[in-house]
Design a binder for this molecule. Structure first.
Ligand code: FMN
Length: 199
């Protein structure tokens, strides 16, 4: 019974086999993503996380940018594997682009000079928390997702296409959609090597 909250966390898994049939509306999905980010913690409550939520053709456009950028740098004989992977992300219903606003980080560094070195790290950690919150929230309404990192390869093109402020730094991309395959098996290392409990 005391473990019940963990069932929410355990539902979150990496899903690469995505489809377009969301179990809830686009508007509800967008609201869940925004609420999950809004209620994620941030250093000094600085709320440095930003997100761009792309649905349908806009999401496909994003993955096409990635595909064309990869085509230029991946050896021709390896490209078909990259292309298949990207097509899998584009097959989903949408993509969340996770950003961190660097103006917020700079302001904090000026205001709290003592912690100046920490603010960029805390911003990264805040982004990770927001990513986990969104991923877990989507998983719990039956939406599959994975976490991708094609930044900074496509940052400039994306910024131009969706009018992204220069201070927003792209940190991760989360393609989401219907779960089209069961989740894979997951191995866990020995708890004894990970955790120390005293007292
Ligand atoms: C910081 C971080 C970076 C990750 N980067 C990627 C990535 O670039 N591509 C990818 O397919 N999965 C990525 N993942 C997903 C992990 O591979 C995945 O979470 C892990 O294998 C555990 O599987 P699960 O998500 O099903 O629990 C990332 C996860 C984390 C936490």
């Amino acid at each position: 019974m005391y473990q019940a909250p963990l069932t929410f966390l355990k539902k979150r898994r990496t899903q690469y086999a995505l489809g377009k049939n969301l179990p809830i509306s686009k508007e509800q999905t967008s609201e869940l993503i925004q609420e999950a980010i809004k209620h994620s913690p941030s250093a000094f409550n600085s709320q440095s996380s930003r997100a761009v939520i792309l649905f349908g053709a806009e999401s496909e456009k994003f993955w096409n940018f990635v595909k064309e950028a990869l085509r230029k740098i991946v050896p021709a004989e390896d490209f078909s594997a990259s292309e298949a992977r990207i097509n899998g992300f584009a097959a989903g219903a949408g993509t969340v682009l996770f950003y961190e606003n660097q103006d917020v980080v700079k302001d904090l560094q000026e205001k709290f000079a003592l912690y100046a070195d920490n603010f960029p790290l805390w911003s990264e950690q805040s982004s990770g928390m927001a990513q986990l919150a969104v991923w877990t929230t989507l998983a719990n309404v039956g939406i599959g997702a994975s976490l991708q990192h094609y930044n900074p390869l496509i940052d400039a093109e994306v910024a131009a296409e969706w009018n992204i402020p220069a201070s927003w730094k792209l940190r991760a991309q989360m393609p989401f959609g219907s779960n089209e395959q069961p989740f894979g098996e997951k191995d866990f290392m020995d708890d004894k090597e990970r955790f120390k409990v005293f007292g």
